[in-house]
Write a new protein. Structure first.
Length: 730
């Protein structure tokens, strides 16, 4: 083991001793030896010995003031996952239950053969969140682990870098923000941004240099000078304070440009000074603001007061923008206690008490809130029966919208919602019935849609109508599900959407049978359908029509059976027919029928079988069902295809959608030798009936066209006739 690893360990112990005189040094050394042996000669992608990873994670946490047990867990966090001989039970036996709980929460779920990648990932997130609820140190070690992994991401292949960076932006950086740990939030966002959008990352630097005539390095120099001047000013007034300068991190600039549709010139907080007062009195923050703005002119009258109105993650500070030597600075004024919460959030609970300005009661209050946020994730995301992908989407939505907005009902009741919530979120927050029957929203007296984004202070009224959500189009319903931010709204909308899909399948199945019977001048009667239930092993019309829609029940066969019962068989062939060989004479003058078992088409070699009272049934020559017939019962048929010009009326039944008609017309017009003469569209709820008259230079061109039309998305059936009236339904 190189001496550097032992030096790193000694440095960690030194940091811990500086934080607190009482640490379990023996346990820390024991954890190091255990991790060293567990990882043995394992290496990272960079070629570096793996032991340096847990050492770095432990050092990051120690530098943040973490306690010795957090550091021990950090040293051990990969041992179970990376060594088959190390188990959670062994960790508990050697290091105790408390360390065992943390390490278990950090160990990934094993990938089972029967698991999908999404399911495995979802279960790992679930285990991690539940582990953090048991002990929040699971979260801190995980964020430090991800922080170091992001620092060494360049050794990975590009696809993996992008995947890990996206997961960091989607899950871990927002989770750090939700729990108030701004150090990890900032660092993870910038590291992920650089790997996910390298060109945008560089462009931000170039645009800042171009617009503000200074680089990030030059901004650092300005901040150092401003820091000295503000410190001197406050010292002259007898005020003890620490002043820290920082340049706005690149991802924060990028997000502001993207989400607020601003130009780089409009970003006024590129440089910031944090003034941290050695005081417990919040009123001193306002006093310091007055002292600073008396010397340095404020930019307008705008002040962001997060002391009187803290953010959802407990962030408190007073922000004011001032001019410093013709440059704009944002000055953030806060007490030591406020700064601890702003930087470390939930992690402040496990910082050594002697170094913390927070009271014990404040620590417990903040802990309760952060744990409440995690428990909400556990309840809203992992307790439902949604698919793994949907649960992961819900997890992203909840943690990315952990900031809150405050809106009001017409009775002036306060409703708290996630940031970027829309009107349908508000409707479901009032009551499930209000959401289910919502039709439009009235925001600050203006009528608007249910997808309108809400802002703090909005006064909202929801207009309801019986079953109104059931009348919203499928595409609009999908948009609402995508835009909704609360789990309650998303889950409720999904439930309605899936039920509507099911109802629509039944409705479309019935509509196809109705259309087909109308083409043959047969009146649709549900009683005729009910007589067929036994044949198809169904008990209800819902079962029957759903099977028609899904293709489990053959439409031609159903129509033929109904027509035979009514003695109205008008035939299912029109322009291209099966022709009996010349050497054979037809027994009776009945229509021919296609066999439903093998479904012969124009590309099939065919034979016919005579069935009494039915006529000739046409099979594919290689149909397995022909084995039950004698050889002399199989009659030679061929397709009677001619190449004469013909004019036909084409009927199309489809589920309505955007661009449907354009797609149909495009398919027809792209075919050579086909001229479209007439088109009629007749919508019927979610179903649309399209009738087209077209002339063909050769009869067999229709078959090719029919196959192409049938492949168009949402098309249910394509049929034809020489007579337009045969296609028009009632």
């Amino acid at each position: 083991m190189p001496q550097k690893a032992r030096k790193d360990l000694e440095n960690i112990i030194k940091i811990l001793k500086n934080n607190s005189p009482i640490i379990d040094e023996a346990a820390i050394r024991k954890a190091f030896e255990f991790a060293k042996n567990a990882h043995k000669d394992q290496q990272r992608k960079s070629g570096e010995l793996f032991i340096y990873h847990p050492l770095t994670v432990a050092e990051v946490l120690a530098s943040m003031g973490a306690d010795d047990k957090t550091v021990i867990a950090a040293l051990l966090h990969d041992t179970v996952e990376d060594n088959a001989e190390v188990s959670i039970e062994l960790i508990r036996e050697v290091f105790g239950e408390e360390i065992g709980v943390i390490v278990e929460g950090l160990t990934k779920i094993e990938m089972y053969d029967s698991s999908s990648v999404s399911d495995n990932k979802m279960r790992t997130y679930q285990k991690f969140i539940f582990g953090a609820i048991k002990d929040l140190r699971v979260l801190f070690v995980k964020l430090a682990d991800r922080y170091h992994n992001m620092q060494t991401l360049q050794t990975m292949r590009k696809e993996k870098r992008v995947r890990i960076a996206k997961e960091t932006l989607d899950i871990y950086a927002p989770l750090a923000n939700m729990c108030g740990i701004h150090f990890f939030k900032r660092e993870l966002e910038d590291l992920a941004f650089e790997n996910l959008y390298p060109e945008e990352y560089e462009r931000i630097s170039e645009e800042v240099r171009k617009v503000f005539k200074m680089s990030f390095v030059e901004m650092d120099k300005i901040l150092r000078n401003a820091q000295k001047d503000i410190e001197a000013l406050l010292e002259s007034k007898g005020i003890k304070a620490r002043v820290i300068g920082r340049v706005k991190h690149k991802y924060s600039i990028y997000r502001k440009l993207q989400t607020r549709k601003r130009s780089i010139e409009e970003v006024k907080d590129l440089m910031a000074l944090r003034v941290i007062l050695d005081s417990e009195n919040e009123n001193d923050c306002y006093r310091v603001k007055n002292i600073i703005t008396a010397i340095y002119s404020p930019l307008g009258s705008e002040i962001n007061d997060f002391i009187s109105a803290p953010k959802a993650n407990n962030y408190k500070s007073l922000h004011v923008k001032v001019f410093y030597k013709h440059k704009i600075l944002e000055v953030q004024i806060r007490t030591e206690a406020m700064d601890e919460v702003a930087e470390y959030g939930a992690a402040a609970h496990w910082r050594y008490k002697a170094n913390s300005p927070l009271s014990a009661n404040s620590r417990e209050d903040f802990m309760d809130q952060y744990l409440s946020n995690l428990k909400k994730i556990a309840t809203d995301v992992f307790s439902g029966s949604s698919e793994a992908d949907e649960k992961i989407d819900d997890l992203k939505t909840i943690i990315q919208t952990s900031a809150e907005i405050y809106v009001y009902t017409p009775k002036n009741e306060l409703i708290v919602l996630p940031k970027d919530s829309i009107a349908i979120d508000f409707a479901y927050a009032i009551h499930s019935k209000v959401g289910n029957y919502a039709t439009i929203a009235k925001i600050n007296g203006t009528i608007t849609s249910l997808s309108t984004k809400l802002e703090s202070g909005d006064l909202i009224e929801i207009i309801t109508t019986e079953n109104k959500l059931n009348e919203i189009s499928f595409s609009d319903m999908r948009d609402l599900i995508e835009l909704a931010k609360t789990t309650k709204a998303r889950n409720s909308l999904r439930k309605i959407f899936y039920q509507r899909e099911k109802d629509n399948e039944i409705k479309l199945g019935e509509e196809v049978i109705r259309h087909r019977l109308n083409r043959h001048k047969v009146k649709y009667d549900l009683a005729d359908i009910e007589k067929l239930y036994d044949k198809y092993n169904v008990k209800t019309k819902e079962e029957f029509f759903k099977q028609v829609y899904n293709g489990a029940v053959n439409i031609d066969r159903v129509v033929r059976q109904i027509m035979e019962k009514k003695k109205q068989n008008r035939g299912l062939f029109s322009i291209i027919k099966p022709l009996l060989a010349a050497d054979f004479k037809r027994k009776v003058d009945l229509e021919d029928h296609f066999a439903t078992c093998c479904k012969p088409d124009m590309n099939s070699a065919i034979v016919g079988v005579f069935v009494p009272k039915t006529g000739y049934v046409i099979h594919k020559k290689n149909c397995k069902n022909l084995k039950k017939y004698k050889k002399d019962e199989l009659l030679p048929f061929k397709w009677d295809v001619n190449n004469d010009p013909v004019t036909l009326f084409i009927g199309i039944i489809a589920e309505d959608r955007k661009r449907l008609l354009l797609d149909v017309v495009e398919v027809i017009t792209n075919e050579e030798g086909i001229t479209m003469k007439y088109l009629r569209v007749k919508p019927k709820g979610n179903v649309v009936e399209i009738i087209i008259e077209a002339s063909f230079e050769r009869t067999n061109q229709y078959l090719k066209l029919q196959r192409k039309l049938a492949k168009i998305t949402n098309v249910i059936e394509v049929f034809h006739s020489k007579n337009k009236d045969d296609l028009i339904s009632n």
